[in-house]
Design a protein around this ligand. Structure first.
Ligand SMILES: [Zn+2]
Length: 182
C-alpha cells in the first residue's frame, strides 16, 4: 500500500471507530491532534524503506535499516527490495504503544495507525512478517496490488464512509442495528 493510502485508510478507520476506543469524546483540537498521530503512526513501519513517504525524510534511519534487512547490498547498482522486517512486526507495534503509554489516548492513536499499516500491508500479496525474525508471512486471503485500482477503491470507500460519519451518519451503528434487527 502506498504511504498516502496508508495514512488515509488509517485516519478514516480511526474516525469511524475512535468513539469505541476512547473513554471520552475529545474536543476539536484534541481530535485533530489524535488524527495526526494516527496518520504519523501509519507511516512509521515504512521507516525501513528509504523511498517511502517517511523514509525519504529520515534517511539516517531508513538507509541503515534497509541495509540491515538485506534490502540493499553495498554495491550501488544492486537491486533494491523492501522485505518488511522488524518495523512491520508486532514487537515494533508493542514498542510504539509502550513508548507513549503514559498518554493513553495518544498511545492508542499511534498504535492504531501502526496496526492499520500492518493490516494494509497484509492486504498485499507480499504480506507481513508479524513475528519477525520468524519468517512466517501473514496475508489476507484476498489481496490487491500496491498502488493498484483496488487499493484506491478501498481507500476512497473508507474516506467516503468517514466523511459521512463526520456529517452525522453513523455507518457502524446503522450496521449494528441492521444485524441486531435481523
Ligand atoms: Zn509497509
Amino acid at each position: 500500500m502506498l504511504g498516502k493510502n496508508h495514512a488515509t485508510t488509517a485516519i478514516a478507520s480511526w474516525v469511524l471507530s475512535s468513539s469505541y476506543l476512547l473513554d471520552h469524546q475529545p474536543q476539536a483540537l484534541e481530535a485533530l491532534l489524535l488524527a495526526v498521530v494516527v496518520g504519523f503512526g501509519s507511516l512509521l513501519p515504512d521507516a525501513d524503506h528509504p523511498d517511502s513517504l517517511l523514509g525519504r525524510r529520515v534517511k539516517f534511519i531508513s538507509v541503515p535499516l534497509s541495509y540491515l534487512q538485506g534490502d540493499r547490498a553495498i554495491l550501488p547498482w544492486s537491486e533494491h527490495t523492501h522485505s518488511r522486517g522488524i518495523t512491520h512486526s508486532i514487537w515494533a507495534l508493542l514498542a510504539c504503544y509502550w513508548l507513549v503509554a503514559t498518554q493513553q489516548d495518544y498511545a492508542t492513536a499511534l498504535a492504531f495507525g501502526f496496526a492499520a499499516h500492518l493490516i494494509g500491508d497484509a492486504l498485499t500479496p507480499a504480506g507481513v512478517r508479524l513475528l519477525w525474525p520468524i519468517s512466517t508471512t501473514f496475508r489476507f486471503p484476498l489481496t490487491f496490488r500496491t498502488g493498484g485500482f483496488v487499493e484506491y477503491g478501498f481507500t476512497y470507500g473508507l474516506l467516503i464512509a468517514a466523511a459521512m460519519h463526520l456529517l452525522g451518519f453513523n455507518l457502524l451503528h446503522e450496521l449494528f442495528m441492521l444485524v441486531a434487527n435481523s
